[in-house]
Write a protein that binds this ligand. Structure first.
Ligand code: DGL
Length: 260
């Protein structure tokens, strides 16, 4: 069983890629919506929350865990790896491919405050994007908007314009979606930027890493049985259930429950 967690529903963008690549694997998805957003929390708080979620996922039978949250990865994955005896896969803003693809020499990164301030992001940026200009912007309010199921609304467009228009004036041609909630705003981003900006989402690469690591540890299911998906929320399940239904559809059996 693969465990996937996020501060909320955003990690479903990673879950969607994992089920495309590994359609026989059962998955437990944990949305910590009661504690969302993580982006403004301290590293210590995030480590405590992620450790608690990891215990729960192990109890649910998970043998490999995907931290489907950039903020949680940058704050807590090192701690999780040294304190739990199972493989973890994390997600980080994909600045390297953005820098490699850029023709204007200016790339944008939209992420949470926690991610942009983290050592891991700043090291990656120095290492792989030293030759381009990086415009980093905190997407304040975007995570909450997706959590409320308010994608496709005028409020979403207004907030996105505030973050994207300055990037467009600076000549950004590749935009890193540095938070797993943002792919759910992808169509609206495209509406604003047109084809002038290419969006970079590392979720497919994360799914490939889950596959590699699960294979290496002999954790993939050996049967062709249909997988089962379990969605757990530490808060209400209204938006989680709606999004899970649109991603899973009729493909598999699944349950959604709240811990509230
Ligand atoms: N999906 C999380 C991420 O990738 C959102 C963090 C938050 O809750 O602020 O960073």
């Amino acid at each position: 069983m693969i465990g996937v967690f996020d501060s909320g529903v955003g990690g479903l963008s990673v879950f969607g890629e994992i089920i495309k690549l590994l359609p026989n694997e059962s998955i437990t998805y944990y949305a910590d919506s009661a504690n969302c957003p993580y982006g403004t929390k301290s590293k210590e708080e995030i480590i405590l929350l992620c450790s608690d979620i990891t215990h729960r996922l192990i109890e649910a039978g998970c043998t490999i865990i995907t931290v489907a949250c950039n903020t949680a990865t940058s704050a807590a994955i090192a701690h999780l790896r040294s304190n739990f005896d199972l493989p973890f896969v994390g997600i980080e803003p994909a600045v390297k491919p953005a820098a490699l693809k850029s023709r204007t020499g200016t790339v944008g990164v939209l992420a949470t405050e926690g991610t942009l301030k983290s050592d891991s992001f700043n090291k990656t940026r120095e290492l792989f994007a030293g030759n381009v200009r990086v415009i980093s912007t905190v997407g304040a309010g975007l995570v909450e908007l997706v959590e409320r199921g308010e994608t496709g609304t005028p409020a979403a467009e207004k907030l996105l314009r505030k973050y994207l228009e300055p990037m467009m004036s600076e000549g950004v041609d590749n935009l890193v979606l540095g938070c797993t909630h943002y792919p759910f705003l992808s169509d609206e981003i495209r509406k604003i930027t047109g084809e002038a900006i290419q969006q970079i989402n590392p979720a497919p690469a994360v799914a490939q890493q889950v596959q590699r690591l699960a294979e290496r540890h002999g954790l993939l299911s050996s049967s062709d049985d249909k997988p089962e998906y379990q969605f757990i929320s530490s808060d209400g399940t209204c938006v989680l259930a709606r999004m899970a239904a649109s991603i899973v559809g009729e493909k598999a059996k699944y349950t959604v429950r709240s811990l509230r």
